[in-house]
Write a protein of this length. Structure first.
Length: 180
């Protein structure tokens, strides 16, 4: 049932009186609780918003205790959330590369992939099996159907060709991996 205009006005007056009666005490309590006036003001404001939305269920005899309980519960909620937002210890900073470095790595990867595409397929396969998969020359030779000596030559020549076309510091290094 929708309240009449007169009943709604009475509710507004009653709520205004409630605010004027308890706001100062609630603010003082919230400041002592939190130690932060801005946070305390937010807690009190939110307490009154919640009281307004549940005004038809509030008993006037217990409204003061109800408001203090709301402020306390809101403060505890804030503390739980704040605990999850603690700044990280400087020693725990992530050493992984950031977005800018990753973007640079994507450019480098594109350059390496283009250079690999320029190699004959059998040389590319031999190099990738050795550098990327870590296969022994015997395994490469068996997979490609060539001799072990030929597998070594193909990997060596592929590395030399890549070294010619790739910029300094980009591409396969001597351990078979890629340089950063």
């Amino acid at each position: 049932m929708t309240p009449t205009r007169h009943e709604a006005a009475d509710e507004d007056v009653e709520f205004t009186r409630l605010y004027r009666t308890y706001a100062h005490d609630l603010l003082r309590f919230a400041v002592y609780l939190s130690g932060d006036r801005a946070l305390a003001e937010d807690l009190v404001s939110e307490a009154f918003v919640r009281a307004w939305t549940t005004r038809d269920r509030i008993k006037f005899s217990t409204v003061r205790a109800y408001l203090f309980a709301i402020v306390r519960n809101l403060f505890l909620q804030h503390q739980r959330r704040a605990w999850r937002r603690q700044p990280l210890d400087e020693r725990m900073i992530d050493a992984r590369p950031g977005p800018e470095a990753l973007a640079g790595n994507h450019d480098e990867l594109r350059i390496v992939v283009e250079a690999l595409a320029g190699l004959p397929e059998i040389d590319r396969a031999a190099l990738l099996m050795r550098a990327d998969e870590g296969l022994a020359y015997e395994e490469i030779a068996a997979a490609l159907g060539i001799s072990v000596a030929s597998a070594k030559v193909k990997v060596h020549r592929a590395r030399l060709r890549l070294a010619e076309v790739l910029p300094e510091g980009c591409g396969p290094d001597r351990t078979g991996g890629t340089t950063p």
